[in-house]
Ligand binder design. Structure first.
Ligand SMILES: *[C@@H]1O[C@H](CO)[C@@H](O)[C@H](O)[C@H]1NC(C)=O
Ligand SMILES: *[C@@H]1O[C@H](CO)[C@@H](O)[C@H](O)[C@H]1NC(C)=O
Ligand SMILES: *[C@@H]1O[C@H](CO)[C@@H](O)[C@H](O)[C@H]1NC(C)=O
Length: 327
């Protein structure tokens, strides 16, 4: 398919260049040049479509997710950075027209963020956000730093695809539910009633505790949601072990400990370590979903390319094994 596409494009381009060479009329020359550019862009789009068709889509791409943000090394500054990244994702969710619910927002007195969990619902949420999982690093002079020294801090993103509809069935008889008094931390007032819930899923031994809400009914509903998603993770991991190596890239589950992006404020530079690109204009990147979206599209194209490459390799290996390839 590539070959015929490029044969077509070559024939077209060569004939255009021939006409171009013999043209003296400026206007016609410009028209032909525009045509060539348009065609090249169209060919690139078609090639991307062909790659998508071959590589295919992963079933989980359509899933909603829970986005987990946690501060990493760097103390108060890491927590301020975690808040900045939280705000970036909220802007991105709005840009994509998705909806969200903040499940946890564990903030510090300085306005930083220790940990947050956001449920994100919409079209192909996992497809776009799955490559955001990993360590994000910031290099800047913290607001609190008097001597103007640049600090390096980190935060971690985890992206948990959520089961859609009836992906995970939980039987009532498999659940053991206990209630206890919530241990409200910090400034929160401690409730005197048994509003906290501990839920045990007997077949798997999975334990979930939830005391975020003051109402036992809400905590119970949340615990069930967390349990469902935890069981789904286990199922996905089991499925992943069956997936061919060539397809693993596509699933976007590269180690959570991997450093994926650096935000350097001094040089106004964002480096994405997967596709090795530098972008400028950090403020815009953090505040305008379009720039993150364009980077994510590039990462998706890059992954599709890598997957295609791996699939072709696998195909070659198989042919060799069957002795169908000339040495
Ligand atoms: C404690 O929890 C109960 C039941 O969930 C709720 O009605 C009540 O308002 C809570 N009290 C406080 C002080 O939060
Ligand atoms: C990105 O910037 C860093 C630091 O200036 C530099 O070392 C690296 O080579 C740049 N990468 C690309 C792809 O331009
Ligand atoms: C696609 O992958 C191949 C091999 O991994 C690489 O040589 C090529 O530069 C990649 N192309 C793009 C556009 O990323």
């Amino acid at each position: 398919m590539f070959k015929s596409l490029s044969t077509f494009s070559c024939t077209f381009l060569i004939s255009s260049y021939l006409i171009l060479g013999s043209q003296n009329d400026k206007e016609i020359k410009q028209m032909i040049e525009d045509d060539i550019l348009n065609c090249q862009a169209e060919i690139e789009e078609l090639q991307k479509k062909v790659v998508k068709l071959i590589v295919g889509e992963v079933k989980t791409d359509q899933n909603d997710i829970i986005l987990e943000l946690s501060c990493g090394v760097g103390g108060a500054e890491a927590m301020l950075f975690t808040r900045d990244i939280f705000n970036m994702y909220i802007k991105y969710i709005q840009y994509k027209g998705w909806s969200h619910e903040v499940l946890t927002y564990d903030k510090t007195v300085e306005g930083g963020l220790r940990k947050a969990e956001i449920e994100v619902n919409g079209d192909f949420v996992f497809k776009y956000l799955k490559y955001e999982g990993g360590v994000h690093r910031v290099q800047r002079v913290p607001q609190t730093e008097k001597s103007g020294r640049i600090h390096t801090s980190t935060m971690t993103v985890a992206v948990l695809p959520q089961p859609s509809e009836i992906d995970v069935v939980i039987q009532d008889k498999d659940l053991k539910i206990q209630t206890f008094k919530s241990q409200g931390s910090g400034g929160q007032s401690v409730n005197k009633t048994d509003s906290a819930v501990r839920m045990v899923h007997l077949p798997t031994g999975t334990v979930i505790e939830c005391q975020e809400s003051r109402s036992q009914i809400e905590n119970r509903a949340k615990a069930l949601k967390y349990l469902r998603s935890r069981l789904y993770q286990k199922e996905l991991e089991a499925q992943l072990s069956q997936v061919s190596n060539a397809r693993k890239l596509q699933v976007g589950t590269s180690g959570r400990s991997e450093k994926i992006r650096t935000y350097n404020f001094q040089q106004d530079r964002i480096t994405d370590h997967r596709i090795h690109v530098n972008l400028s204009h950090i403020e815009g990147f953090l505040n305008d979903g379009a720039e993150l979206d364009s980077l994510l599209e590039d990462i998706i194209d890059y992954t599709n390319n890598q997957t295609l490459e791996a699939l072709i390799d696998e195909y070659h290996q198989n042919l060799k094994k069957q002795g169908k390839m000339k040495k």
